[in-house]
Write a protein that binds this ligand. Structure first.
Ligand code: ZN
Length: 243
């Protein structure tokens, strides 16, 4: 696929929307837990899949194991943005990129300087008490002396503001994401296999003819896309950047 053509499209548009999945963060050494085959052995020596451990019912019924998994496997506080994150932040600064819609919870787009980031699955940086809704930052979770972080006000459980399996997406964020996609001139979709809800569903709102897919493996949308790159996201984006 012709990189020069993609360069032109980006150069000539001031209404680009980016939709990103786990593949955007794997280049910052954050593993995609879905592609990790290993089961996680909890403190109680039961083995569960990550999908089970990140479900609402697991959080409720096995709260200690949930936090054991979450703190060990889901928090990457020292991860650094990669070239893709910086490229997107620069596009926004130049007034070309309208929004980043991400399925990642690592906050790396904001670390790279992006302002309008719609976090479909929430963020590890936001946490709240399930009883009184008091807000806590990431350090509070990391530094909590007990495995289960507790609220200073009411001793309630402080949970991450991320969307667990069996939980609904935030409807405001979803609505806003759909609006950006509907009205986008260029839609760049990267680092997602587009098989898991809501990704596949969201892409169907795009009505224009500049759909760009960047993913290491093929996706069910490859045929519908106008440009397909089976390559590293940061490599493709940084090659455009240098032009
Ligand atoms: Zn509380």
């Amino acid at each position: 696929m012709c990189l020069n053509k993609l360069k032109d499209i980006i150069k000539n548009s001031n209404n680009i929307v980016f939709f990103g999945g786990a593949g955007v963060s794997t280049e910052s050494s954050i593993p995609d837990f879905r592609s990790e085959n290993g089961l996680y052995k909890t403190v109680n020596n039961y083995s569960y899949s990550p999908e089970v451990m990140l479900s609402h019912s697991f959080f409720v019924n096995h709260t200690e194991d949930f936090f054991d998994f979450y703190k060990n496997k889901m928090i990457y506080k020292n991860a650094k943005p990669n070239k893709a994150h910086y490229f997107l932040a620069e596009l926004e600064k130049r007034g070309k990129l309208k929004a980043i819609i991400t399925q990642n919870i690592d906050g790396l787009h904001q670390k790279a300087g992006s302002k309008n980031v719609l976090e479909l699955h929430g963020s590890i940086y936001k946490n709240y008490c399930v009883n009184c809704n008091k807000i806590y930052d990431l350090n509070y979770i990391i530094n909590s002396s007990s495995l289960i972080p507790r609220c200073l006000n009411c001793n309630g459980i402080v949970r991450p503001d991320i969307v667990l399996y069996e939980e609904n997406l935030n409807s405001d964020i979803l609505r806003e994401s759909i609006n950006y996609i509907k009205n986008a001139d260029v839609l760049i979709v990267a680092g997602t296999s587009l098989v898991v809800y809501p990704a596949a569903n969201l892409i169907s709102y795009y009505k224009n003819n500049k759909l760009v897919l960047i993913n290491k493996s093929s996706t069910p949308y490859d045929k519908k896309a106008n440009f397909v790159f089976h390559d590293s996201i940061s490599k493709i984006l940084s090659e455009i950047y240098q032009a």
